[in-house]
Write a protein that binds this ligand. Structure first.
Ligand SMILES: Cc1cc2nc3c(=O)[nH]c(=O)nc-3n(C[C@H](O)[C@H](O)[C@H](O)COP(=O)(O)OP(=O)(O)OC[C@H]3O[C@@H](n4cnc5c(N)ncnc54)[C@H](O)[C@@H]3O)c2cc1C
Length: 495
């Protein structure tokens, strides 16, 4: 594999040369240092790097450049290499702009020019940014390819897992010429897929999530048997608990059953998170929180589901689904909520093969020209309808009420009203699903008249709220009748 790239851009040729020279001196054996004298030229270089399938670890851009400012360049570069670390080079007078850029382009650092000596002012910053990049799943995932059947729940699970962990991959069908070549090279047949192939030629046939996690550099095994604090759940609440536990010096481990970020990790833009006035994507928020927790020494375990909690004297013992256990002085439960499943004959059978819970944005490009059905009348269903309308021929929003006003924000109702491809079907519910290999037909019922009708579709996305999955706490932790853990003064009332 080619070395990952460090790209610097500065319109002053002398400075541009000096930056590249300092970078090459220290990192030239592990990274390819590329330099440009203007933003457009640097973007062109990035496009070529992308086409060659190489990785970019770090971008350093001068703030004041005539054709395109450093901030504009970094913003455009994020579309091509969202995981590359971003540094703005500024003069003292521009620090205000640099601080603004921290939010605008999710800047990792701004470096004041000149930085001599580089051993003190440049290398420590770049070292830590490159360490963070190298530890990210993206660095391990160069050129991951997934070969599978179009309508396979197992293939979908692998793609969904990679997407949730922010790992780029190429999806190839079994009859795609390159898919055929990879199957032959791996010595497997269509019957064995999904097949995962890494850039350095490692292959995994129908891997379990833990195996896949190991392949992309995620930690799945704790380093100790006993901790001060175990946090269960890697959403924003769990990551926050891990940061504060570890920063207070507690030996802390966070246990996540799927991918850190939780529900928030799936959000395309969060506008109301404290400290991010210009919004932040769920992916960026997760990446930053992970790095912060790791920086303070917390361990983050992925693909480990907790299925039991026991008391053992003053210790608390967590049981994992694979039978192993882990003990601590304290346990923080930050397990959030999980999508509520729609109950109708046939739906379980087609989950991952036409029936999806949540946005499943990895499926959107496959919906081009199709009729897509969405169940739910709240904001998440509305956002999904807007999103899928960019791909689908028609989006049908099925709601049980008379209209959307009871449960959807007004701005979203108005937005949907302006999209010609979206049709809202009031008083409608799904009665059953049918198909051979995958979902092909839904039966819908008008809840007022009881009248039923069949519609042909291969796509159903369900957004009917979420519920806590806390059954495993039965007998150990007090929960209310809907499964929520009882806390604070409410505990007194339950005595
Ligand atoms: C698409 C989308 C967009 C959103 N946009 C916004 C927004 O713009 N603004 C906003 O305020 N909110 C938004 N939300 C809601 C917000 O994401 C949630 O309120 C927030 O994520 C809750 O955080 P949490 O850490 O409590 O739980 P979750 O995010 O639900 O995380 C819980 C984690 O615990 C893990 N877990 C559960 N049980 C176990 C177990 N037994 N063992 C191991 N791990 C377990 C789960 O896998 C999950 O990762 C959005 C939600 C979604 C789905």
């Amino acid at each position: 594999m080619a070395n990952p790239v460090i790209l610097s851009v500065d319109d002053d040729p002398a400075v541009s040369r000096a930056v590249a020279r300092d970078l090459r001196r220290r990192y030239g054996d592990r990274y390819r240092v590329v330099r440009a004298n203007a933003g457009p030229e640097a973007l062109e270089a990035l496009r070529e790097i992308k086409l060659r399938g190489e990785q970019v670890a770090l971008l350093l851009a001068d703030y004041r450049m005539p054709e395109m400012t450093g901030i504009e360049f970094l913003e455009a570069a994020m579309d091509l290499f969202p995981a590359a670390r971003r540094v703005l080079l500024t003069a003292y007078a521009d620090t205000g702009a640099a601080i603004d850029a921290i939010n605008l382009v999710d800047l990792d650092h701004y470096l004041l020019k000149p930085w001599h000596p580089p051993e003190e002012k440049l290398y420590p910053v770049v070292d830590s940014l490159l360490d963070a990049w190298s530890a990210s799943p993206i660095a391990a995932a160069t050129e991951i390819r997934v070969v599978g059947h179009r309508w396979s729940a197992e293939s979908f699970a692998i793609r969904d897992f990679l997407a949730r962990n922010l790992v780029p991959y190429r999806w190839l069908l079994v009859d795609d010429p390159e898919g055929v070549r990879l199957l032959a090279a791996a010595g497997v047949t269509e019957a064995d897929v999904p097949l995962v192939v890494t850039g350095d030629g490692k292959t995994l046939v129908a891997p379990a999530e833990a195996e896949l996690a190991g392949l992309i550099g995620l930690n799945v095994t704790p380093t100790a048997d006993f901790y001060d604090l175990i946090v269960v759940g890697g959403g924003p609440a769990g990551l926050g608990a891990a940061v504060y536990g570890a920063s207070e010096g507690l030996r802390t481990v966070l246990v996540e059953r799927l991918a850190t970020g939780g529900q928030a990790g799936q959000s395309s833009r969060i506008e109301n998170y404290l400290g991010f006035p210009d919004g932040v994507s769920g992916a960026q928020l997760t990446d930053r929180a992970r790095r912060q927790a790791l920086k303070f020494g917390a361990e983050l375990l992925s693909t480990r589901e907790v299925v039991g909690l026991d008391e053992a004297g003053s210790a608390r013992v967590l049981r994992f689904s694979d039978g192993q256990s882990l003990a601590a002085h304290s346990v923080v439960l930050a397990t959030g909520v999980s999508y509520r499943m729609l109950a109708a004959p046939g739906l379980d059978e087609f989950t991952g093969r036409g029936v999806f819970y949540g946005s499943a944005s990895s499926e959107a490009p496959s919906c081009v020209g199709a009729d897509v059905y969405i169940v739910g009348g709240a904001n998440s269903a509305g956002q999904a309808a807007v999103y899928f309308s960019r791909y689908a021929q028609r989006v049908h929003l099925l709601i049980r009420g008379a209209d959307l006003t009871a449960s959807m924000s007004q701005y979203l109702i108005e937005q949907l009203g302006r999209i010609e491809q979206v049709t809202v079907h009031p008083h409608t519910e799904v009665v059953s699903a049918a198909g051979d290999e995958h979902l092909q037909q839904l039966t819908l019922r008008d809840t007022r008249t009881g009248e039923q009708r069949d519609v042909d579709t291969s796509w159903l996305f369900v957004f009917i709220g979420a519920e806590p999955r806390t059954g495993w706490l039965d007998g150990t932790v007090v929960r209310d009748d809907r499964g929520f853990v009882v806390t604070g003064p409410d505990l007194v009332a339950t005595k």
